[in-house]
Design a protein around this ligand. Structure first.
Ligand code: GTP
Ligand code: CA
Length: 532
């Protein structure tokens, strides 16, 4: 490759060569091809700019590359009434106290039912967890095993077992404890959460993942009206219990036993939370079936509007008459099997569901049901677990309340054959109960919690937030690992990535402006004879 332009009568010094490259247009000849003429200084500018951008991208990538080297892990097992799930969380060790840095990296659903069903075969309770624990050993780097905390929290299923048979509950927990202790992690215990804990930790999870606890530094310079530092309420529908948790207007709080006070990131939160045992989706259905069977204690055949026309189910009454969850006015029935025949009628289903709630008395200015105080619901809510599974199936997670009611009404009126044909891949246990579940959710949210048509629009049905499942487990771990500081940790106004990017952009701008200014204002003359 050679250069053709001004002819050189004698060898050039490097300085003259540099001046030539800078100042006069030359032809770049490659082989026999003469490339387009263009001013070399633009070549130099472009070259430096490209090099600069590549360097900056490399810095940004290197800077943000998340190596597991400084990562920490935590494992939480959610031993629910219907099933157990194992969650693995990871976070950068150096950022422990920031909000929103912990993220869920894996979830394993344990095969089989919840651990409370192993009351008569306690060994299976521990054994059932092995597969997921073995997977966790592979997922968490070997060198981190010893420092990784493991927690098991059991919820309403075990609360009911403890009520019915405390000794069996203890045996199940000790089997689970023994199994988890046999793994190389830092086991921190297996215990039954209270309903209030389950509600409160679910609220913490939602607001942590949404970054609502972070008191942004900007409001100190900007009026608060530009930045909402509010929190979002939490609605959890499990199999055996349901929780409602939110920050109400302070003057509307009337039942101190439903209040939890948090001091997080330098701010006080007075949170209302209540857990309704026996009002999770599965137990509510059992309450309704028991209630229906009382209509005529002598007959064992019941027409049920919450199941589709043509659907039949035979239920063992003994199974229904779980000692802990019973409807008001319950009496033992004289027969052992209950035959259900579906009739598929939303309005009648709603009416039969109403009967499992006692709304005849309220010792407060406002109640949800069964004499429990409920301050007026206000603000945004995240609704997860079965609230989400059911609304997602019915495809109404974003729909207004009227549309939800219309959809459930139409779905309930379908015959069982139509439903099975339309949804061939759905588990029959779930598919047969969506009519009941959808109606139950409407009854609970609209009639019991008084989410009016307007307030319904503030309910966000969600399964995950930024890849982490909504639920109590993350909040539980954050609390037990002290990753939610009472005081607001010092945070720079800009995140590190934003700072680097801004620096990079301004450097490119400065360099470009300099080069443009140089090219524009000190136009070099073409090389005079005398330089050569
Ligand atoms: N339709 C549907 N239902 C589901 C799914 N997963 C769980 N469920 C049901 O939804 C209900 C709530 O599920 P979970 O939130 O896991 O309930 P849980 O934690 O076992 O119950 P609690 O101990 O009361 O919290 C139960 O009746 C489950 O059987 C799903 O993917 N689809
Ligand atoms: Ca649950």
């Amino acid at each position: 490759m050679g250069f053709r332009g001004s002819t050189f009568s004698k060898p050039l010094s490097w300085h003259q060569g540099f001046l030539i490259l800078q100042s006069c247009p030359i032809d770049v000849i490659s082989g026999t091809k003469v490339w387009k003429r263009f001013p070399p200084r633009y070549v130099i500018m472009g070259f430096f700019l490209i090099v600069g951008i590549i360097a900056l991208i490399a810095v940004a990538v290197a800077q943000n590359h998340h190596s597991t080297r400084n990562s920490k892990y935590g494992i939480v097992l959610d031993a629910g009434s219907s099933h157990t799930s194992l969650y693995i969380y990871e976070w950068p060790a150096e950022k422990e106290n920031d909000t929103g840095v912990v993220q869920q990296v894996d979830v394993c659903d344990v095969e089989g039912p919840g651990i409370s069903t192993y009351a008569n075969a306690v060994k299976k309770a521990g054994y059932s967890l092995k597969h997921c624990m073995d997977k966790a050993k592979e997922k968490v780097p070997l060198e981190k095993h010893q420092e990784t905390p493991v927690y098991l929290g059991a919820t309403a299923g075990m609360r009911l077992l403890r009520l019915a048979n405390e000794d069996a509950a203890k045996k199940v927990l000790s089997e689970v404890d023994m199994t988890l202790r046999s793994y190389p992690f830092n086991f921190q215990g297996a215990r039954i959460l209270s309903g209030e804990e389950e509600g409160a930790y679910g609220w913490i999870t939602l607001n942590y993942l949404l970054g609502n606890f972070k008191q942004s530094v900007w409001p100190q310079f900007m009026p608060r009206l530009f930045f909402s530092t509010g929190t979002i309420g939490a609605l959890d529908l499990g199999g055996a219990s349901t929780q409602i948790t939110f920050v109400p207007n302070q003057e509307s709080i009337e039942s101190p036993e439903d209040i939890v006070n948090f001091y997080l990131y330098g701010k006080n939160y007075t949170v209302y939370t209540h857990s309704f045992l026996c009002y999770g989706k599965d137990q509510a259905l059992r309450l309704k079936l028991l209630q229906d069977s009382l209509q005529d204690p002598l007959t064992s055949r019941v027409q049920d509007p919450c199941f589709h026309q043509g659907y039949e189910r035979t239920i063992d009454i003994a199974d229904l008459q779980n000692k802990s969850c019973r409807p008001p006015g319950f009496t033992m029935s004289s027969y052992s099997l209950l035959q259900i025949e579906g009739t598929g009628d939303y309005e009648k289903c709603l009416a039969s569901i109403d009967k499992i709630f006692n709304t005849s008395y309220c010792p407060y200015s406002s109640c949800s049901f069964n004499g429990i105080s409920l301050p007026p619901v206000s603000g945004n809510f995240g609704a997860f677990s079965a609230f989400y599974y059911v609304m997602k199936f019915l495809n109404v997670t974003q729909a207004p309340m009227d549309k939800v009611i219309e959809t459930v009404k139409i779905f309930c009126s379908k015959t069982w054959n139509e439903v099975k044909t339309e949804f061939p891949g759905i588990k029959e246990k779930y598919l047969s109960e969506y009519c009941f579940s959808g109606t139950y959710i409407i009854s609970l949210l609209n009639q019991r919690y008084n989410f009016t048509k307007e307030k319904w629009q503030n309910i966000h049905f969600l399964g995950k937030i930024r890849n982490s499942d909504a639920g109590w487990t993350l909040g539980y771990m954050l609390n037990l690992t002290n990753m939610i500081p009472a005081e607001q940790p010092y945070t720079r106004p800009l995140s590190h990535a934003t700072y680097i990017s801004l620096m990079a952009i301004s450097s490119i701008l400065v360099i470009s402006l300099f080069l443009i200014g140089y090219v524009t204002f000190c136009k070099p003359k073409c090389l005079k004879k005398e330089i050569i």
